[in-house]
Every structure is written in C-alpha cells, then in structure tokens.
Design a protein around this ligand. Structure first.
Ligand SMILES: *Cc1c(COP(=O)(O)O)cnc(C)c1O
Length: 230
C-alpha cells in the first residue's frame, strides 16, 4: 500500500507544480514522509521505495526509531520542541521546522556549538493566529530572523506553517499565499539571504494547494501511511 500511495502522492505533487503561476518560483518540492505513530517497518518500506526525508513530531519517538531503522534518511523535526529536549534534537535532526522564539534558537545555538555542528532551522509562523497552535506572528518574523542571523551555530533556512484544518482545503489558499509573500520578503531582506530556501507547508489534505501557492517542502503522513491510530 505504501508504494502505491507514494506513487500517487508524487504524481499529485508534479501536477500541482505544473499548476503554479509563472510568477512563482519553480522550485522542486521535497517530500517529507511523516512517520509519527507509525512503525519502523513502515518507515523502512517507505525508504526502500525512495523516500529520503522522514518527519517526526517527538524527539523521544524519533530517537527510539533512529536506533532501529538501519537506513539512511534526512531527519526533520516538525513538532513543538521543548528546551529540555534541545540537546537530543540537535544530535538527531538535520532540519528543525518548529523554532518559535529567540530563546529556543539561542538554546539550539548552544547545543549545536557543543555538538560541533551548525543546526539548520525553520521559523514556524502561525499565520492564521490560531490560539491552539504554536508559532510566531507574521510581524515577529523579520525581527526574529535578524536576531537569529547573529547566532554562529544556527542557520535559518526558511519558514514553516501548519494550516488550520478545513474540510475544504481551498479555504486555506489565501493563507498559503500570505506565507509565500512572507517567504519572498525574508529571502530578499535577510542578511544571509542565500540560506533562505525552504517553505515548508502542506499536509495530506492541503499539500496540492500549498504547492500551487509556492510550497517547496510538504509534510505528508496519512497520504502515504494511512490513518494513524492515536
Ligand atoms: C502530523 C503532521 C503532519 C502530517 O499530517 P497528515 O495529515 O497525516 O499528512 C504534517 N505536519 C505536522 C506539523 C504534523 O504534526
């Protein structure tokens, strides 16, 4: 089932890329297979079928799975990161999507220095200002990006957003559009602008629209692995 699903998702990604307006960047789309609450066997199957990037929400779960996986993959942390898990997160993850404060970025900088690495991160933007979600506001984005620019062991690579859940994903199109505009602004204004490359938005129910509006990184769980049993 995973192989068939992957084929369909990849096909849908390429259809959506073709629908992008010519005013948008024509970036390729990186598929992140979100494996939270799925077994290591399913992860192996996905990787053997061509998946190169894995997304996990929790540091503990990722650590346990990484020890059993026996496969190479890029690891993406897409869930909220608590400061007491930063050390482990820095050891494990290639890209942390969920940075939402200067304090957390500084903590990551410290841990990355200790680990002898430069940690790639994204800023999570709560563009719809949902009470229930983590993330900074649109207005906080540029100042925080500049603040992070001074950290030697953190490299800001772009932005991430989680769209509100809507039965009709069309409803979220204006939010994706807003995120793309913010991403472009960051790419223009940031002191290390060439680092700014990733716009992570789009999940199983809305990735097609996110890609049409300029996403170049999508995070898909259910669409590849089926429903999670929580
Ligand atoms: C769970 C999760 C996903 C994947 O969601 P699906 O609807 O299963 O595709 C993507 N991004 C984040 C931040 C998530 O927590």
């Amino acid at each position: 089932m995973i192989i068939e699903n992957l084929t369909q998702v990849k096909e849908a990604i390429s259809v959506s890329m073709d629908k992008r307006s010519s005013a948008l960047s024509s970036d390729a789309v990186e598929l992140i297979a979100v494996t939270k609450n799925h077994a290591v066997d399913a992860m192996r199957e996905a990787i053997d079928a061509g998946v190169t990037s894995i997304g996990e929400n929790r540091v503990q779960e990722a650590k346990r799975k990484a020890a059993q996986l026996n496969r190479k993959a890029q690891w993406h942390l897409i869930g909220h990161l608590q400061t007491n898990k930063v050390k482990q997160a820095v050891r494990l993850f290639d890209l942390i999507h969920s940075v939402d404060s200067g304090k957390l970025a500084a903590e990551i900088d410290r841990a990355a220095k200790e680990a002898g690495k430069v940690q790639d991160i994204l800023l999570q933007v709560n563009i719809a200002r949902e009470e229930s979600k983590f993330g900074i506001s649109r207005e906080e984005t540029m100042p925080l990006a500049e603040e992070i620019g001074s950290l030697a062991h953190v490299r800001l690579r772009g932005l991430m957003m989680i769209a509100p859940h809507c039965d009709d994903a069309e409803m979220t199109r204006p939010l994706f559009r807003e995120m793309y505009a913010l991403f472009m602004k960051l790419q223009e204004m940031h002191t290390r602008r060439s680092d700014i490359q990733y716009l992570s938005m789009g999940m199983s129910n809305d990735y097609r629209i996110a890609i049409e509006e300029g996403a170049n990184m999508v995070r898909i769980g259910t669409g590849i692995f089926g429903q999670r049993s929580y």
